[in-house]
Design a protein around this ligand. Structure first.
Ligand code: NAD
Ligand code: UDP
Length: 354
Protein backbone atom coordinates (compact mmCIF):
# COMPACT_ATOMS: atom_id res chain seq x y z
CA UNK A 1 0.00 0.00 0.00
CA UNK A 2 1.27 3.46 -0.83
CA UNK A 3 0.49 6.10 1.77
CA UNK A 4 -1.79 7.96 -0.64
CA UNK A 5 -3.61 4.83 -1.79
CA UNK A 6 -7.24 4.50 -0.84
CA UNK A 7 -7.10 1.49 1.46
CA UNK A 8 -9.57 -0.95 0.00
CA UNK A 9 -9.67 -4.22 1.82
CA UNK A 10 -10.27 -7.15 -0.48
CA UNK A 11 -11.87 -9.00 2.42
CA UNK A 12 -14.57 -6.47 3.14
CA UNK A 13 -15.22 -5.97 -0.57
CA UNK A 14 -15.11 -9.63 -1.47
CA UNK A 15 -18.52 -9.55 -3.16
CA UNK A 16 -16.97 -7.40 -5.92
CA UNK A 17 -14.47 -8.36 -8.61
CA UNK A 18 -10.98 -7.40 -7.33
CA UNK A 19 -9.96 -3.93 -8.53
CA UNK A 20 -6.41 -2.64 -8.89
CA UNK A 21 -5.16 -0.36 -6.14
CA UNK A 22 -3.92 2.89 -7.65
CA UNK A 23 -2.12 5.80 -6.05
CA UNK A 24 -4.51 8.74 -5.69
CA UNK A 25 -2.38 10.57 -8.27
CA UNK A 26 -2.97 7.77 -10.82
CA UNK A 27 -6.64 7.20 -10.10
CA UNK A 28 -8.91 9.11 -12.46
CA UNK A 29 -12.49 10.27 -12.03
CA UNK A 30 -14.14 8.98 -15.17
CA UNK A 31 -17.63 9.73 -16.45
CA UNK A 32 -19.17 7.19 -18.85
CA UNK A 33 -22.40 8.28 -20.54
CA UNK A 34 -24.41 5.32 -21.82
CA UNK A 35 -22.44 3.14 -19.40
CA UNK A 36 -25.37 0.78 -18.80
CA UNK A 37 -25.48 -0.26 -22.46
CA UNK A 38 -23.67 -3.03 -24.28
CA UNK A 39 -20.35 -1.28 -25.04
CA UNK A 40 -20.51 1.03 -22.03
CA UNK A 41 -20.88 -1.74 -19.46
CA UNK A 42 -17.82 -3.59 -20.79
CA UNK A 43 -15.84 -0.35 -20.76
CA UNK A 44 -16.96 0.34 -17.18
CA UNK A 45 -15.86 -3.15 -16.14
CA UNK A 46 -12.38 -2.54 -17.50
CA UNK A 47 -12.05 0.97 -16.00
CA UNK A 48 -13.19 -0.35 -12.60
CA UNK A 49 -10.75 -3.28 -12.71
CA UNK A 50 -7.99 -0.81 -13.58
CA UNK A 51 -8.79 0.96 -10.29
CA UNK A 52 -10.46 4.18 -11.45
CA UNK A 53 -13.51 5.96 -10.01
CA UNK A 54 -16.37 5.58 -12.46
CA UNK A 55 -19.67 7.44 -12.69
CA UNK A 56 -22.25 6.20 -15.18
CA UNK A 57 -24.95 8.43 -16.63
CA UNK A 58 -27.73 6.56 -18.37
CA UNK A 59 -31.47 6.97 -18.99
CA UNK A 60 -31.84 3.17 -19.45
CA UNK A 61 -33.52 3.57 -22.85
CA UNK A 62 -31.62 0.61 -24.31
CA UNK A 63 -29.26 -0.14 -21.41
CA UNK A 64 -30.04 -1.81 -18.13
CA UNK A 65 -28.95 -1.67 -14.50
CA UNK A 66 -28.39 -5.43 -14.51
CA UNK A 67 -25.46 -4.94 -16.92
CA UNK A 68 -23.63 -3.28 -14.01
CA UNK A 69 -25.33 -4.82 -10.97
CA UNK A 70 -22.02 -6.45 -9.98
CA UNK A 71 -20.57 -2.98 -9.17
CA UNK A 72 -23.51 -1.47 -7.30
CA UNK A 73 -22.33 -0.53 -3.80
CA UNK A 74 -18.63 -0.45 -4.71
CA UNK A 75 -17.01 2.74 -3.34
CA UNK A 76 -15.40 3.54 -6.71
CA UNK A 77 -18.70 3.22 -8.60
CA UNK A 78 -21.76 5.38 -9.03
CA UNK A 79 -24.71 5.08 -11.42
CA UNK A 80 -27.07 8.01 -12.07
CA UNK A 81 -30.31 7.86 -14.03
CA UNK A 82 -30.05 10.93 -16.19
CA UNK A 83 -31.02 11.91 -19.71
CA UNK A 84 -28.06 13.67 -21.30
CA UNK A 85 -30.26 16.03 -23.28
CA UNK A 86 -30.34 17.85 -19.90
CA UNK A 87 -27.07 19.34 -18.52
CA UNK A 88 -25.24 17.51 -15.74
CA UNK A 89 -22.61 18.80 -13.31
CA UNK A 90 -19.81 16.69 -11.89
CA UNK A 91 -16.05 17.00 -11.41
CA UNK A 92 -14.16 14.54 -13.60
CA UNK A 93 -10.88 13.97 -15.45
CA UNK A 94 -12.12 12.00 -18.45
CA UNK A 95 -15.47 11.63 -20.21
CA UNK A 96 -16.28 8.65 -22.41
CA UNK A 97 -19.39 9.86 -24.21
CA UNK A 98 -21.26 6.79 -25.46
CA UNK A 99 -24.93 7.55 -24.75
CA UNK A 100 -26.95 7.02 -27.92
CA UNK A 101 -29.12 4.12 -29.12
CA UNK A 102 -27.06 2.15 -31.66
CA UNK A 103 -29.29 -0.45 -33.32
CA UNK A 104 -31.36 0.64 -36.33
CA UNK A 105 -34.77 -0.38 -34.84
CA UNK A 106 -33.98 1.50 -31.62
CA UNK A 107 -32.57 4.68 -33.13
CA UNK A 108 -35.34 4.77 -35.77
CA UNK A 109 -38.11 4.29 -33.18
CA UNK A 110 -37.90 7.96 -32.16
CA UNK A 111 -35.69 9.76 -34.69
CA UNK A 112 -36.15 13.20 -33.15
CA UNK A 113 -35.03 11.89 -29.76
CA UNK A 114 -32.01 10.23 -31.41
CA UNK A 115 -30.95 13.54 -32.96
CA UNK A 116 -31.53 15.38 -29.68
CA UNK A 117 -29.37 12.82 -27.88
CA UNK A 118 -26.58 13.22 -30.43
CA UNK A 119 -26.76 17.00 -30.65
CA UNK A 120 -27.96 18.33 -27.28
CA UNK A 121 -26.43 15.42 -25.37
CA UNK A 122 -23.02 15.94 -26.97
CA UNK A 123 -23.31 19.72 -26.51
CA UNK A 124 -23.98 19.22 -22.78
CA UNK A 125 -21.11 16.78 -22.33
CA UNK A 126 -18.71 19.01 -24.24
CA UNK A 127 -19.80 21.93 -22.04
CA UNK A 128 -18.97 19.79 -19.02
CA UNK A 129 -15.57 18.89 -20.50
CA UNK A 130 -14.87 22.56 -21.14
CA UNK A 131 -15.74 23.57 -17.56
CA UNK A 132 -13.87 20.72 -15.84
CA UNK A 133 -10.99 20.56 -18.39
CA UNK A 134 -11.72 16.85 -18.70
CA UNK A 135 -10.50 14.95 -21.74
CA UNK A 136 -13.52 14.06 -23.91
CA UNK A 137 -13.87 10.95 -26.08
CA UNK A 138 -16.91 10.46 -28.30
CA UNK A 139 -17.97 7.06 -29.61
CA UNK A 140 -18.63 7.94 -33.22
CA UNK A 141 -19.42 5.35 -35.83
CA UNK A 142 -18.61 3.88 -39.23
CA UNK A 143 -22.10 5.18 -40.15
CA UNK A 144 -20.52 8.61 -40.72
CA UNK A 145 -19.27 7.01 -43.99
CA UNK A 146 -22.90 6.15 -44.94
CA UNK A 147 -23.16 3.81 -47.93
CA UNK A 148 -19.47 4.15 -48.79
CA UNK A 149 -18.10 4.54 -52.30
CA UNK A 150 -14.57 4.05 -51.00
CA UNK A 151 -13.64 0.61 -49.73
CA UNK A 152 -12.20 -0.04 -47.17
CA UNK A 153 -12.97 3.21 -45.40
CA UNK A 154 -10.08 5.38 -44.16
CA UNK A 155 -10.68 8.26 -41.74
CA UNK A 156 -9.99 10.72 -44.58
CA UNK A 157 -13.14 9.60 -46.45
CA UNK A 158 -15.99 12.13 -46.04
CA UNK A 159 -18.80 9.65 -46.56
CA UNK A 160 -21.97 9.20 -48.57
CA UNK A 161 -24.95 9.81 -46.29
CA UNK A 162 -28.57 10.40 -47.24
CA UNK A 163 -29.38 13.42 -45.03
CA UNK A 164 -33.14 12.78 -45.00
CA UNK A 165 -33.29 8.97 -45.05
CA UNK A 166 -34.39 6.66 -42.25
CA UNK A 167 -30.82 6.27 -40.96
CA UNK A 168 -30.10 10.02 -41.01
CA UNK A 169 -31.12 10.63 -37.40
CA UNK A 170 -28.20 8.43 -36.35
CA UNK A 171 -25.68 9.07 -39.14
CA UNK A 172 -26.15 12.83 -39.33
CA UNK A 173 -26.51 12.97 -35.54
CA UNK A 174 -23.05 11.45 -35.17
CA UNK A 175 -21.63 13.63 -37.93
CA UNK A 176 -22.85 16.81 -36.23
CA UNK A 177 -21.61 15.43 -32.89
CA UNK A 178 -18.14 15.14 -34.43
CA UNK A 179 -18.48 18.70 -35.81
CA UNK A 180 -19.42 19.97 -32.35
CA UNK A 181 -16.51 18.08 -30.83
CA UNK A 182 -14.00 19.77 -33.12
CA UNK A 183 -15.81 23.11 -32.65
CA UNK A 184 -15.15 22.95 -28.89
CA UNK A 185 -11.61 21.75 -29.57
CA UNK A 186 -10.68 24.63 -31.88
CA UNK A 187 -12.70 27.35 -30.16
CA UNK A 188 -12.30 26.43 -26.47
CA UNK A 189 -9.27 24.16 -26.40
CA UNK A 190 -11.21 21.11 -25.20
CA UNK A 191 -8.98 18.04 -25.35
CA UNK A 192 -10.89 15.62 -27.61
CA UNK A 193 -10.68 12.09 -28.99
CA UNK A 194 -12.94 10.62 -31.69
CA UNK A 195 -13.30 6.85 -32.06
CA UNK A 196 -15.21 5.73 -35.16
CA UNK A 197 -16.51 2.34 -34.10
CA UNK A 198 -17.36 -0.39 -36.62
CA UNK A 199 -19.93 -3.16 -35.98
CA UNK A 200 -19.21 -4.71 -32.59
CA UNK A 201 -20.71 -7.76 -30.91
CA UNK A 202 -20.41 -9.67 -27.66
CA UNK A 203 -22.14 -10.70 -24.44
CA UNK A 204 -24.78 -8.26 -23.09
CA UNK A 205 -25.97 -7.21 -26.53
CA UNK A 206 -29.66 -6.71 -26.07
CA UNK A 207 -31.11 -9.83 -27.77
CA UNK A 208 -34.15 -7.81 -28.83
CA UNK A 209 -32.26 -4.93 -30.37
CA UNK A 210 -32.55 -6.19 -33.94
CA UNK A 211 -28.86 -6.13 -34.86
CA UNK A 212 -27.68 -8.92 -37.07
CA UNK A 213 -25.42 -10.69 -34.56
CA UNK A 214 -27.98 -10.89 -31.76
CA UNK A 215 -30.78 -11.74 -34.22
CA UNK A 216 -28.85 -14.60 -35.83
CA UNK A 217 -27.61 -16.08 -32.55
CA UNK A 218 -31.05 -15.96 -30.92
CA UNK A 219 -32.71 -17.40 -34.04
CA UNK A 220 -30.15 -20.22 -34.36
CA UNK A 221 -30.46 -21.10 -30.66
CA UNK A 222 -34.25 -21.28 -30.97
CA UNK A 223 -34.01 -23.37 -34.14
CA UNK A 224 -35.69 -20.63 -36.20
CA UNK A 225 -34.76 -19.52 -39.71
CA UNK A 226 -32.14 -16.76 -39.85
CA UNK A 227 -33.63 -13.56 -41.26
CA UNK A 228 -31.33 -12.42 -44.08
CA UNK A 229 -32.28 -9.02 -45.51
CA UNK A 230 -32.10 -8.32 -49.23
CA UNK A 231 -30.30 -11.49 -50.29
CA UNK A 232 -27.38 -10.95 -47.88
CA UNK A 233 -24.74 -9.80 -50.39
CA UNK A 234 -24.09 -6.63 -48.37
CA UNK A 235 -20.98 -6.83 -46.21
CA UNK A 236 -20.01 -5.94 -42.65
CA UNK A 237 -16.83 -6.37 -40.60
CA UNK A 238 -17.42 -7.49 -37.02
CA UNK A 239 -15.19 -6.83 -34.03
CA UNK A 240 -15.39 -8.46 -30.63
CA UNK A 241 -16.15 -6.27 -27.65
CA UNK A 242 -12.84 -6.84 -25.85
CA UNK A 243 -10.91 -5.43 -28.81
CA UNK A 244 -13.15 -2.37 -28.86
CA UNK A 245 -12.62 -1.70 -25.15
CA UNK A 246 -8.84 -1.94 -25.66
CA UNK A 247 -9.14 0.49 -28.58
CA UNK A 248 -11.29 3.04 -26.71
CA UNK A 249 -8.93 3.14 -23.74
CA UNK A 250 -5.88 3.36 -26.03
CA UNK A 251 -7.55 6.22 -27.93
CA UNK A 252 -8.45 8.13 -24.75
CA UNK A 253 -4.92 7.80 -23.36
CA UNK A 254 -3.11 8.60 -26.61
CA UNK A 255 -2.01 12.09 -27.59
CA UNK A 256 -3.76 11.86 -30.98
CA UNK A 257 -6.82 14.11 -31.41
CA UNK A 258 -8.05 13.22 -34.92
CA UNK A 259 -10.70 10.52 -35.68
CA UNK A 260 -9.54 6.90 -35.48
CA UNK A 261 -11.36 3.86 -36.89
CA UNK A 262 -11.74 1.06 -34.34
CA UNK A 263 -12.87 -2.13 -36.05
CA UNK A 264 -11.90 -5.54 -37.33
CA UNK A 265 -11.19 -5.75 -41.05
CA UNK A 266 -12.40 -9.37 -41.39
CA UNK A 267 -15.23 -8.77 -43.88
CA UNK A 268 -18.24 -11.06 -44.40
CA UNK A 269 -21.26 -10.92 -46.63
CA UNK A 270 -24.34 -11.28 -44.43
CA UNK A 271 -25.14 -14.64 -46.00
CA UNK A 272 -21.61 -15.91 -45.20
CA UNK A 273 -22.04 -14.60 -41.70
CA UNK A 274 -25.34 -16.48 -41.33
CA UNK A 275 -23.51 -19.70 -42.29
CA UNK A 276 -20.79 -19.05 -39.72
CA UNK A 277 -23.26 -18.33 -36.90
CA UNK A 278 -25.30 -21.46 -37.55
CA UNK A 279 -22.17 -23.61 -37.79
CA UNK A 280 -20.92 -22.33 -34.42
CA UNK A 281 -24.30 -22.59 -32.70
CA UNK A 282 -24.73 -26.16 -34.02
CA UNK A 283 -21.28 -27.05 -32.65
CA UNK A 284 -22.17 -25.63 -29.23
CA UNK A 285 -25.46 -27.54 -29.22
CA UNK A 286 -23.69 -30.81 -30.12
CA UNK A 287 -21.16 -30.21 -27.33
CA UNK A 288 -24.14 -29.72 -25.04
CA UNK A 289 -25.40 -33.17 -26.07
CA UNK A 290 -28.61 -31.73 -27.46
CA UNK A 291 -29.14 -34.80 -29.67
CA UNK A 292 -30.42 -34.25 -33.20
CA UNK A 293 -29.28 -30.75 -33.91
CA UNK A 294 -31.48 -29.29 -36.61
CA UNK A 295 -29.83 -27.29 -39.40
CA UNK A 296 -31.70 -24.01 -39.49
CA UNK A 297 -32.44 -22.41 -42.85
CA UNK A 298 -32.48 -18.79 -43.88
CA UNK A 299 -35.50 -16.61 -44.58
CA UNK A 300 -35.00 -13.92 -47.20
CA UNK A 301 -36.56 -10.64 -46.15
CA UNK A 302 -36.71 -7.19 -47.72
CA UNK A 303 -33.59 -5.01 -47.66
CA UNK A 304 -34.12 -2.03 -45.32
CA UNK A 305 -33.90 1.40 -47.01
CA UNK A 306 -30.45 2.99 -47.27
CA UNK A 307 -28.73 -0.13 -45.90
CA UNK A 308 -24.98 0.33 -46.58
CA UNK A 309 -23.84 -2.22 -49.15
CA UNK A 310 -20.28 -2.64 -47.96
CA UNK A 311 -18.31 -1.78 -44.85
CA UNK A 312 -14.77 -2.54 -43.78
CA UNK A 313 -12.43 -0.34 -41.76
CA UNK A 314 -9.01 0.76 -42.85
CA UNK A 315 -7.27 0.45 -39.47
CA UNK A 316 -3.81 1.64 -40.54
CA UNK A 317 -4.15 4.79 -38.45
CA UNK A 318 -5.18 2.93 -35.28
CA UNK A 319 -2.15 0.72 -35.64
CA UNK A 320 0.19 3.63 -36.26
CA UNK A 321 -1.03 6.15 -33.71
CA UNK A 322 -2.47 3.90 -30.99
CA UNK A 323 -0.41 0.76 -31.48
CA UNK A 324 -3.80 -1.00 -31.49
CA UNK A 325 -5.04 -3.83 -33.64
CA UNK A 326 -7.78 -6.41 -33.09
CA UNK A 327 -6.78 -9.71 -31.48
CA UNK A 328 -10.06 -11.62 -31.66
CA UNK A 329 -11.09 -13.29 -34.90
CA UNK A 330 -14.83 -13.31 -35.55
CA UNK A 331 -14.94 -17.05 -35.02
CA UNK A 332 -13.15 -16.78 -31.64
CA UNK A 333 -15.55 -14.09 -30.47
CA UNK A 334 -18.66 -15.95 -31.60
CA UNK A 335 -17.42 -19.12 -29.91
CA UNK A 336 -16.82 -17.30 -26.65
CA UNK A 337 -20.17 -15.54 -26.83
CA UNK A 338 -22.11 -18.73 -27.45
CA UNK A 339 -19.97 -21.01 -25.21
CA UNK A 340 -22.00 -23.80 -23.59
CA UNK A 341 -22.08 -22.24 -20.13
CA UNK A 342 -23.61 -19.11 -21.66
CA UNK A 343 -26.18 -20.87 -23.79
CA UNK A 344 -28.25 -21.98 -20.78
CA UNK A 345 -28.18 -18.47 -19.43
CA UNK A 346 -29.02 -17.05 -22.82
CA UNK A 347 -32.00 -19.31 -23.35
CA UNK A 348 -33.23 -19.20 -19.82
CA UNK A 349 -32.86 -15.52 -19.03
CA UNK A 350 -33.35 -14.50 -22.65
CA UNK A 351 -30.35 -12.29 -22.43
CA UNK A 352 -26.62 -12.25 -22.92
CA UNK A 353 -26.19 -10.46 -19.61
CA UNK A 354 -23.58 -12.70 -17.95
P1 NAD B 1 -26.59 0.49 -26.51
O1 NAD B 1 -27.92 0.87 -27.05
O2 NAD B 1 -26.43 -0.86 -25.89
O3 NAD B 1 -26.08 1.55 -25.43
C1 NAD B 1 -26.41 2.92 -25.48
C2 NAD B 1 -26.63 3.40 -24.05
O4 NAD B 1 -26.94 4.79 -24.06
C3 NAD B 1 -27.80 2.69 -23.37
O5 NAD B 1 -27.43 2.31 -22.06
C4 NAD B 1 -28.89 3.76 -23.35
O6 NAD B 1 -29.83 3.56 -22.32
C5 NAD B 1 -28.07 5.02 -23.23
N1 NAD B 1 -28.76 6.21 -23.73
C6 NAD B 1 -29.37 6.38 -24.94
N2 NAD B 1 -29.88 7.62 -25.03
C7 NAD B 1 -29.57 8.26 -23.86
C8 NAD B 1 -29.83 9.55 -23.35
N3 NAD B 1 -30.53 10.46 -24.06
N4 NAD B 1 -29.37 9.85 -22.12
C9 NAD B 1 -28.70 8.95 -21.38
N5 NAD B 1 -28.42 7.71 -21.80
C10 NAD B 1 -28.86 7.36 -23.04
O7 NAD B 1 -25.56 0.68 -27.69
P2 NAD B 1 -24.02 0.27 -27.79
O8 NAD B 1 -23.87 -0.75 -28.85
O9 NAD B 1 -23.50 -0.01 -26.43
O10 NAD B 1 -23.40 1.63 -28.34
C11 NAD B 1 -22.72 2.53 -27.49
C12 NAD B 1 -22.13 3.67 -28.31
O11 NAD B 1 -21.21 3.14 -29.28
C13 NAD B 1 -23.16 4.48 -29.08
O12 NAD B 1 -22.79 5.84 -29.05
C14 NAD B 1 -23.05 3.96 -30.49
O13 NAD B 1 -23.41 4.93 -31.44
C15 NAD B 1 -21.57 3.61 -30.58
N6 NAD B 1 -21.34 2.57 -31.61
C16 NAD B 1 -21.66 1.27 -31.34
C17 NAD B 1 -21.45 0.31 -32.33
C18 NAD B 1 -21.78 -1.15 -32.11
O14 NAD B 1 -21.62 -1.95 -33.03
N7 NAD B 1 -22.20 -1.55 -30.92
C19 NAD B 1 -20.95 0.69 -33.58
C20 NAD B 1 -20.66 2.04 -33.80
C21 NAD B 1 -20.86 2.96 -32.79
N1 UDP C 1 -29.42 -7.80 -41.20
C1 UDP C 1 -29.94 -8.99 -41.64
N2 UDP C 1 -30.78 -9.68 -40.82
C2 UDP C 1 -31.09 -9.25 -39.56
C3 UDP C 1 -30.54 -8.02 -39.10
C4 UDP C 1 -29.72 -7.31 -39.95
O1 UDP C 1 -29.68 -9.44 -42.77
O2 UDP C 1 -31.84 -9.95 -38.87
C5 UDP C 1 -28.48 -7.07 -42.07
C6 UDP C 1 -28.78 -5.58 -42.23
O3 UDP C 1 -29.64 -5.37 -43.33
C7 UDP C 1 -27.38 -5.02 -42.47
C8 UDP C 1 -26.46 -5.94 -41.68
O4 UDP C 1 -27.20 -7.13 -41.45
O5 UDP C 1 -27.04 -5.12 -43.84
C9 UDP C 1 -26.02 -5.36 -40.35
O6 UDP C 1 -27.17 -4.92 -39.69
P1 UDP C 1 -27.14 -4.34 -38.20
O7 UDP C 1 -28.52 -3.86 -37.90
O8 UDP C 1 -26.53 -5.31 -37.29
O9 UDP C 1 -26.12 -3.12 -38.26
P2 UDP C 1 -25.87 -1.91 -39.29
O10 UDP C 1 -26.78 -1.99 -40.46
O11 UDP C 1 -26.12 -0.70 -38.47
O12 UDP C 1 -24.46 -2.10 -39.70
Amino acid sequence: FHPDTQSISYTTLSRFPPVRLLRASERKRILVTGGAGFVGSHLVDRLMLLGHEVTVLDNFFTGSRTNLSHWIGHPNFEMVRHDIIEPFMIECDQIYHLACPASPPHYQANPVKTIKTSFLGTLNMLGLAKRTKARFLISSTSEVYGDPEVHPQPETYWGNVNPIGIRACYDEGKRVAETLTYGFHHQDGVDVRVARIFNTYGPRMNPQDGRVVSNFIMQALRGEELTVYGGGKQTRSFQYIHDLVDGLIACMNSDYDQPVNIGNSEEFSIIEFADLVREIVEKVQREEGMGNVKRVGVRDMAMPKDDPQQRKPDTTRAKEVLGWQPRWTVRMGLEEMTAPQRVHITLYAHTFTM
